[in-house]
Design a protein around this ligand. Structure first.
Ligand SMILES: [Cu+2]
Length: 431
């Protein structure tokens, strides 16, 4: 039987049961998909994930519990029920979403406490609540793929590994707005109360990973997306993002979850798409990133920053000239906690009010960087390389106002629990 919780998460089954009114669930996996229209609104009826489970736990943990907590080459990419695409993978009740080439889509998942009480449960988790990687492939049968064949191997240019798929996007697991309903045993960190009042303005809100379906996907075929959530225990508190490496000594214990969603690719002008056609249809009303309406309710729209930028977490596999994962603090909702040791809960109002809300007014979409090539030519993010002995590295990052330069301090791993203030904001992790 699958456990409701496991030691590293520390999220109690009792809370999970109470919070979800008897629905036994834990961790996270993609559950629902939506097309996003030109203004960022969710349009049409939702689709489901592959082999959707209507109730209960459907997560897939790598490495699994009960063995050595090390990811090894034989670990499968996805849960057994998700490996093959069959007639039973989708149903009338839980259908595969139809999309057009170039469509922006949202993949929805429940945070299940991993945003709203992660610090209290386990303060050694990354501040971005882990990184979500989205991989796309025309290969629908995943049964012969292992995690290490795909994750951190497939690249944005499609040339990595066996070349059968590509990295489409990277996201912070905390999308800046999602949260559970107020748990019956209280709002430990204050995040549920704050977000339901000021950010989502809803009792609960699913998290989302938004991505753009490539324009060159084949019409009439199924395009498969693998959702990978990297959620390790780190050695120190206050780490911004996990390191995008299997070998980092900064990771105390790896914890990765995967899921699968499929998209039926139809002609961009297909009648089944309803009023909102694909962006490459002659009658399409516009480009999503250009026409995003930030004043829509969070419950029914995508997230502006995710639609504008495929790689919110910069990693070498996406063509960025960085040694390991890094992210602009403006894209990490609780970036104020980077480098901090949190002692008091619920979080003070100063921290709660400092969190980013990426879908709200003011979070104007930024230009999407080109993911091709290294050498600083990534069009939006480049880092000067330096040896471990260099105390300072420089990251330049495109923001709506123009180029902003952050100077950050690189420190030895054993010394990172007491970073300087500037160093804390731009903490980088090298493999
Ligand atoms: Cu969990």
């Amino acid at each position: 039987m699958k456990p409701l919780s496991h030691p590293t998460c520390g999220l109690l089954a009792a809370w999970v049961l109470a919070a979800l009114s008897g629905t036994a669930t834990a961790h996270s996996w993609p559950e629902q998909t939506f097309r996003l229209g030109p203004d960022g609104a969710m349009v049409g009826k939702p689709g489901a994930n592959r082999a959707h489970v209507a109730a209960g736990t459907d997560d897939y943990l790598i490495p699994p519990n009960g063995g050595e907590k090390v990811i090894s080459p034989e670990h499968k990419l996805v849960l057994g029920t998700k490996m093959k695409l069959t007639d039973a993978s989708y149903s009338d009740q839980f259908p595969m979403l139809s999309v057009a080439p170039g469509d922006s889509v949202a993949i929805l998942y429940r945070e299940n406490g991993h945003v709203t009480r992660a610090d209290k449960s386990n303060p050694f988790k990354p501040i971005n609540r882990g990184t979500v990687y989205l991989y796309g492939t025309a290969e629908n049968d995943l049964s012969n793929m292992n995690l290490m064949d795909v994750h951190l191997v497939w690249t944005a240019d499609g040339k990595g590994g066996d070349g059968k798929g590509r990295l489409l996007a990277t996201r912070n697991y905390d999308d800046g707005q999602c949260h559970e309903v107020l748990p019956s045993d209280g709002d430990f960190e204050g995040i549920v109360g704050y977000r339901s009042k000021f950010v989502s303005k809803a009792d609960s809100l699913l998290c989302q990973s938004d991505l753009k379906i490539p324009e060159d996907v084949a019409v009439g075929k199924v395009y498969t997306v693998i959702w990978v959530w990297d959620w390790p225990d780190m050695n120190v508190q206050g780490v911004a993002v996990p390191p995008a490496s299997y070998k980092s000594s900064d990771v105390k214990m790896p914890e990765t979850y995967t899921g699968v969603v499929d998209f039926k690719v139809v002609d961009p002008c297909d009648a089944s798409l309803g009023d909102v056609k694909g962006p490459t249809c002659a009658s399409a009303k516009g480009n999503v990133a250009a026409a995003f309406d930030v004043n829509q309710a969070a419950t029914t729209r995508g997230i502006a920053s995710q639609i504008a930028e495929p790689f919110l977490v910069k990693i070498p596999q996406a063509g960025f000239d960085v040694p390991s994962a890094t992210a602009d603090p403006k894209n990490i909702p609780f970036s104020v906690l980077i480098g901090q040791t949190i002692a008091n809960f619920p979080l003070p109002a100063s921290i709660l009010s400092a969190q980013n809300n990426p879908g709200a007014a003011g979070a104007a979409p930024t230009p999407a960087p080109k993911a091709s090539g290294g050498g600083g030519g990534g069009g939006g993010n480049a880092a000067a390389s330096g040896s471990e002995a260099d105390p300072v590295v420089t990251i330049t990052s495109t923001v709506p106002q123009g180029m902003k330069t952050m100077t950050v301090t690189r420190q030895p791993a054993e010394n990172t629990s007491t970073p300087k203030k500037r160093g804390a904001r731009g903490r980088r992790w090298s493999a």
